[in-house]
Design a protein around this ligand. Structure first.
Ligand code: NAX
Length: 331
């Protein structure tokens, strides 16, 4: 039998945490043959709720779950973890300035970076979910210099999956037949959902999405805004932000990163830019990636047309601004 993998979920008493921890305990993230020990962190006001989640995990009697650590102590939470899913953060409340929210999150991610750096297992893989996800991941990277930058990522897989879902609905095809959409840039409404290289499996082979949809006006406008604004649409409908889809996508992100992507298929991940596609180096930016042997690699050489170029640059600009704002919040 395999040794258990320790998975940290921060903000585990929250909405996404509640959907995510049972998925991890069932093997959705790391495979149904991989035992796990869950580490759950939240802040003292949520300690009782966190303990309630722990009670439910015990009650569910998950065969793969070999232990649960539920704590408000960052060091205890981070000790020995192999995977860290950072869902905890300070939400933007009505009337709050962007700078105030950034200040709170910069200070959270700075201190959690140090705890991970000192206490996580060697080779720990980090996924930041909490918003502003790209910039929180960047701060975490800056303050955990001994964690290799390739081990620090942020979640844009939910946006990627939303794009697959929209194409699947539009064409009435199973979502598993759609592949190779791309989310470029920030996990914010400036992101660019790109279908120019996406295909759909048909009995006569893979066909370009553009050829099948036959409606460039829809693809260049409504499709893009629907994906960009999907989070807001969920809030409007549910009076709560997306949780099950966010949790499921976080599992997809880690599973593909650890176990690899399928030949011929790429996924979107927020990763540290090396300047590929003329995206400024030093930002955490969402790119198309393939994964093998536990490492992601940016898909190279895709042609970028003028329409896309502008959108790639616009979301990069927003990330550069966020980065500057984050740095101005450091003290
Ligand atoms: P909730 O407010 O339900 O849960 C957040 C939890 O984090 C709370 O239990 C809170 O006590 C805890 N927390 C706050 N500060 C903490 C700290 N310093 N250490 C540990 N825990 C801390 O939010 P939820 O709906 O679960 O969303 C969590 C985060 O995910 C938010 O930042 C949200 O904006 C972000 N999202 C990101 C998505 C993505 O695709 N990247 C999509 C979904 C989601 O909106």
């Amino acid at each position: 039998a395999k040794d258990p993998v320790r998975v940290l979920v921060t903000g585990a008493a929250g909405q996404i945490g509640y959907a995510l921890v049972p998925m991890i305990a069932r093997g959705v993230m790391l495979g149904t043959d991989q035992p796990v020990i869950l580490h759950m962190l939240d802040i003292p006001p949520a300690a009782e709720a966190l303990n309630g989640v722990k009670m439910e995990l015990v009650d569910a009697a998950f065969p793969l779950l070999k232990g649960v650590v539920a704590t408000t102590d960052v060091v205890e939470a981070c000790t020995g973890v192999n995977i860290a899913v950072m869902v905890g953060g300070f939400p933007r409340k009505e009337g709050m300035e962007r700078k105030d929210v950034m200040t709170k999150n910069v200070s959270i991610y700075k201190s959690q970076a140090s705890a991970l750096e000192k206490h996580a297992a060697a080779g720990c893989k980090v996924l930041v979910v909490a918003n502003p996800a790209n910039t929180n991941a960047l701060i975490l990277k800056e303050f955990a210099p001994s964690i290799p930058e390739k081990n620090i990522t942020c979640l844009t897989r939910l946006d990627h999956n939303r794009a697959l879902g929209q194409i699947s609905e539009r064409l009435s095809v199973p979502v598993c037949d759609v592949k190779n959409v791309i989310i470029w840039g920030n996990h914010s409404s400036s992101q660019y959902p790109d279908v120019n290289h996406a295909t759909v499996a048909t009995p006569s082979g893979d066909k370009p999405v553009r050829e099948l949809v036959k409606d460039d006006v829809w693809l260049n406008a409504e499709f893009i805004t629907t994906v960009q604004q999907r989070g807001a649409a969920i809030i409007k409908a549910r009076k709560l932000s997306s949780a099950l889809s966010a949790a499921s996508s976080a599992c997809d992100h880690i599973r593909d990163w650890v176990l690899g992507t399928t030949e011929g298929t790429w996924v979107s991940m927020g990763v540290y830019s090396d300047g590929s596609y003329n995206v400024p180096a030093g930002l955490i930016y969402s790119f198309p990636v393939t994964c093998q042997n536990g490492e992601w690699k940016i898909v190279q050489g895709l042609p970028i047309d003028e329409f896309s170029r502008k959108k790639l640059d616009l979301t990069a600009e927003e990330l550069s601004e966020e980065k500057a704002l984050a740095y101005s919040c450091l003290n």
